[in-house]
Design a protein around this ligand. Structure first.
Ligand code: BTN
Length: 336
């Protein structure tokens, strides 16, 4: 979590300030005496905080009579870094950051039920029981993004699927913006790069007939993980942003872009949901293709013709009949 009280809070504050000063000095050394006098603490306390930063994974070089400087930074999220320059009003107004959790969605649903404000974000470095769509598992090793956001949209429950499409648009846009990978959306909300899945979304909701109490948008993005950590059958259909772009991705920057993008598209959704559908269509790689849809009572095969106003997929079967599907797994068979 990102908060604490009393002396623990002061300790974190001093450590964060030392980190800030060291970062600002770049490749120049900062002496223990300089740090101590700027901060108004003893050199022993400075040394203690330097050791704490090293335990968090920072590589800090200490040279006698010159001082300290950072030589390597860990690929770990820090709530302060995420907030810096974020510029959102809703998404990330509360950030719960954990090294590991069963599922960010489950925790976000619990926090929402206890009154967490709209825009509360739960973020984890790893999940031990990550949840995928249709009751599947989401394997969640370190190096990726696992994030869930609480929303309280003033719309009826039947519009929830549109929020999932909104989140897919926001995620695809953020991926394109942050690393330049040409992300496309496979209905309803799988994000693909070069035909392989790089991100998945899971929406969970608590609702009454005519209103949503809260909704949790859960987003997993495969960023820098080692693909060898995945079972063969999943690795074959999955990719990572690092693998696609050929370089390690700054996860904090990508997360910031994602939160900004969600904020933008959530506002668009509240204003005019047709614009979300239009953007979804421009990012989609499903429409106009011959597809098979499973997860229904029957396997449907036909032309993916369009999506309706509620975000459902319209398929034209070979006998000319049009069928509408609200949920399922799409396999793209070939281009028509
Ligand atoms: C899918 O494509 O099947 C959906 C995957 C959703 C995974 C994300 S990771 C963050 C959030 N927490 C979860 O347990 N699941 C979602």
């Amino acid at each position: 979590m990102t908060c604490c009280t009393g002396s623990g809070f002061l300790e974190i504050m001093y450590k964060e300030r030392i980190l800030k000063l060291l970062r600002a000095s770049g490749t120049d050394y900062l002496s223990g005496a300089q740090l101590a006098s700027t901060m108004g603490i003893s050199r022993t306390m400075v040394w203690k905080h330097i050791k704490a930063l090293e335990r968090e994974g920072f590589g800090i070089e200490a040279v006698p009579s010159r001082g300290y400087r950072i030589i390597t930074v860990p690929d770990l999220f820090r709530a302060d870094d995420i907030r810096r320059g974020l510029g959102t009003r809703i998404f990330g107004r509360e950030i719960h950051l954990l090294p590991e959790v069963a599922s960010t969605n489950t925790l976000a649903m619990e926090l929402a039920a206890r009154g967490a404000p709209e825009g509360t974000v739960v973020l984890a470095e790893a999940q031990t029981a990550g949840k995928g769509r249709l009751g599947r598992k989401w394997i969640s090793p370190r190096g990726n993004i696992y994030v869930s956001a609480v929303l309280r949209p003033p719309v009826p429950a039947y519009k929830a699927p549109l929020l999932t499409l909104m989140a897919a648009v926001a995620t695809a846009a953020a991926i394109r913006g942050a690393g330049g990978a040409p992300a496309l959306i496979k209905w309803p909300n799988d994000i693909l790069v070069a035909g392989r899945k790089v991100s998945g979304l899971l929406t969970e909701m608590s609702a009454e007939a005519d209103r949503i109490r809260h909704i949790v948008l859960g987003i997993g993005i495969d960023v820098n993980m080692d693909p060898d950590l995945l079972p063969d059958e999943i690795r074959a259909i999955t990719t990572t942003l690092a693998g696609e772009t050929g370089q390690a991705i700054d996860r904090t920057e990508l997360l910031r872009q994602l939160l900004r993008s969600l904020e933008h598209w959530y506002r668009v959704f509240l204003d005019d949901e047709r614009r979300v559908l239009k953007e979804w269509e421009s990012f989609n790689c499903t429409l106009g293709k011959r597809v098979a849809v499973s997860g229904q009572r029957e396997l449907l095969e036909g032309l993916a013709e369009g999506i309706d106003r509620e975000g459902r997929l319209v398929i034209r079967l070979d006998n000319g009949e049009a069928r509408t599907v609200a949920a399922g797994d799409v396999t793209i068979l070939k281009k028509i």
